[in-house]
Design a protein. Sequence first.
Lengths: 304, 272
Amino acid sequence: MQAATQAAAYRGGRQWAAWGFLLPLVAYLLLFYAYPLYRNLELSLRDYTVRSFVQGGAPFTGLTNYRDIVDDPTFEPALTHTVVFTVVSLGFQFAIGMALAVFFHQHFRLSATLRALFLVPWLLPLIVSSSTWSWMLNSEAGVVNTVVRALGGEPIHWLTSPGWSLASVTIANIWIGIPFNLVLLYSGLQNISPQIYEAAALDGATGWQRFRRVTFPLLRPVSAITLLLGLVYTLKVFDVIWIMTRGGPADSSTTLATWSYQLGFGSLLPQFGPGAAVGNLLIVAALAAGLAYIRVQHWQAGRA
Amino acid sequence: MKRRAAWWKTGVGVVLTAVMLFPVYWMVNVSFTREQDMRKSPPDWFPTHGTLEGYRAVLDQQLPYLGTSLLLALGTAALTLVVAAPAGYSLARLRPFGGGALSFLLLVAQMIPGIIMAMGFYAFYLNLGVLNTVAGLIVADATIAVPFGVIIFQAFMSAVPEEITQAATMDGAGPVRTFWSVVLPVSRNATITVALFAFLWAWSDFVFASTLDGGGQLRPITLGIYQYIGHNNQQWNAIMATAVVASIPAAVLLVVAQRYIAAGVTTGAVRD
């Protein structure tokens, strides 16, 4: 009996200690995660002006901001660009990352060093990579158009023509995302037992068959994780587009993320309410992708 | 036969890496290019007429920004460790009620776009009066790294052998002592990984800097570059020289801490 009380007291003490250690985190999350998000939601439900933003007292308008942004002529292109930018970026990053992971998995001389160098684009500050790409894609003096001219083509107005701006920022974003895909898929390849390959080789499987019938199916769990995380990250992309084109020319490379920033911070007359509303739509999309990711991860943990 | 095949692959690998890193090379090349050669066609593929005027401009104009970024990145790394390490320990070893829900919230927190957080922070900081301060920016920058940090610490500390902590308990050490003198020292790799990423993310941050610190006296290097692009479109050697200098922490990390980087990416994403 006494032992039981003692054990209960010990467990109780342990709970106090456990939550004591969590206290800084919980305080931080409440103050600097939950509260800004709450403010964001509140912004989107009221009709704010610059004056009421500072002094308070903006009238509650319910979903008016949301209705306004959906009716806004920018909404449809921004949504379409977000989808195109995300899908094309993910497709290329994943395919190239997969090809490189399989290639580097063969362990030739220098493979570890070269693989490490591939991380560079991912580690660079986004402003660095974005401004470098801006200059490379410059219409007159950019090195990319030098190559285009050398190949006999007409110089392309990468960043200044509405037909090319979205493609340009997508190219830069693919470049930035390849290392992440490479690292994750490579770690997945390392977990495949070499015996499986030996068995496949004994059965006379060619290189391509081995990839199609052995590597790819076994990599499916890691691939799912990589793509879903990539989706979450790509939906968030703002820096690259904003620095390279500011969403222009004429909204031709605007996504939900840049539109939200444009509304809230991009002009002299900030529209915080609509900006926050666009942002909250983006959160919903990111959370949907995020929850899918968590589900897949749990499902895999359950199977392992 | 096999040897030759291996060399052939090394050759392909070198070419692929060269293609991938061409933009990085180009940034370095342009940073050494003279003003008058900047719009030459075709451009100089190598900095044969190299000049340091770009770097001189960095020294003259960008040093304070670099200092701010350093302060910011160190502060963010420190704050992240202080918040994340005890939490990771608790979640990994002390089984708090509701710990599972908290872990779930951390995963969700990672999904929220920074640009959206920035708007809420702006409203919050405006009322609080901490816009354009380094401390405010450190707290905001840490939101990028804290959930990741807790997840990494939790993963590493779960793997610390039970015998070690039991021995400490036998010796009469409470949870605080066990954490501070036993678990934390053996989790050195986790500490390094978290600190590195927190440092790098804060150093690279543009979203929070441009929204919360746009008008302050102490602005980070990312804004220094951004304002360069906005104000003097012509001086690309100076812009690229600043970009090269801003890339130094990433380069140092890659050389010094490559294994921590790979460990961080995979632990954060895939739980074994």
